[in-house]
Design a protein around this ligand. Structure first.
Ligand SMILES: [Zn+2]
Length: 239
């Protein structure tokens, strides 16, 4: 049975000599298909199957196994702004990992599109990765509390704890942190895929937040990103 659909190429894995298994994110979720002969240099399907390309795919669905095999494809859009930036390429690696790890999240397609839109509009790299990490934390039910004490809901907060999940008041923590630091933390908890373009300047607290958000996803949600260490190195390199 022939079938046509559009989507973003997320990942492809070599399979046998010249074939690959390609993962595509469509509006309805993730789809895997087998593409034959794509490793041959002459394959006209190369551009259609580039990572992050938006393409139309014509596939055959096996009646027996349900497996999809690629018959033909058309490249519709390619995000050049991604491959021209090491930061963006590395972040897209993380975003793709996240997509693969949260298959059931119905907002993934929109989140993925939002990330590309932000990069097309030259979003600050740290703001983008924080927006994505906040999206992941929220969809895993581990969003940091950015308004009140996470323990007693008191609105007068005096410290921030990544481990405990957000702001704490003086009674609950007995710690008084710098007011400017607390203001920055409030902003950081509120960065999302809709407002990230508003962030134009960052400071070292952004890097601390990124490292801790990765840790929270790992320790509280069991989501570990293979690309994490490389991303942290890239961000440090760029200064
Ligand atoms: Zn409290």
């Amino acid at each position: 049975m022939k079938n046509k659909f559009c989507g973003y190429v997320i990942d492809s894995i070599d399979y046998k000599d010249n074939d690959s298994i390609v993962t595509i994110l469509c509006e309805d979720g993730l789809v895997s298909l087998k593409a034959r002969g794509t490793k041959k240099i002459t394959s006209k399907m190369n551009s259609v199957l580039f990572n992050y390309a938006y393409s139309e795919f014509e596939v055959n669905k096996s009646e027996k196994s349900g497996y999809l095999t690629l018959l033909d494809g058309t490249l519709l859009n390619y995000p050049n702004y991604v491959i021209n930036s090491l930061d963006y390429m590395t972040i897209m690696g993380i975003v793709s990992e996240g997509v693969n790890k949260c298959k059931d999240n119905e907002n993934l397609y929109t989140a993925f599109k939002d990330c590309l839109y932000l990069m097309e509009n030259k979003v600050n790299s740290r703001a983008l990765i924080i927006a994505f990490l906040n999206f992941m934390l929220e969809s895993e039910g581990a969003k940091y509390e950015g308004d009140k004490c996470v323990s007693c809901l008191n609105k007068k907060v005096s410290s921030f704890s990544f481990e405990l999940g957000g702001f704490l008041c003086n009674k609950c923590s007995n710690i008084n942190e710098d007011v400017n630091y607390l203001k920055t933390m409030r902003i950081l908890t509120k960065i999302n895929l809709k407002n990230a373009l508003k962030i134009t300047e960052t400071n070292k607290n952004y890097d601390t937040y990124i490292e801790n958000a990765f840790d929270s996803l790992e320790n509280k949600c069991g989501i570990y990103f293979k690309g994490k260490d490389f991303l942290l190195r890239v961000l440090k390199m760029e200064g």
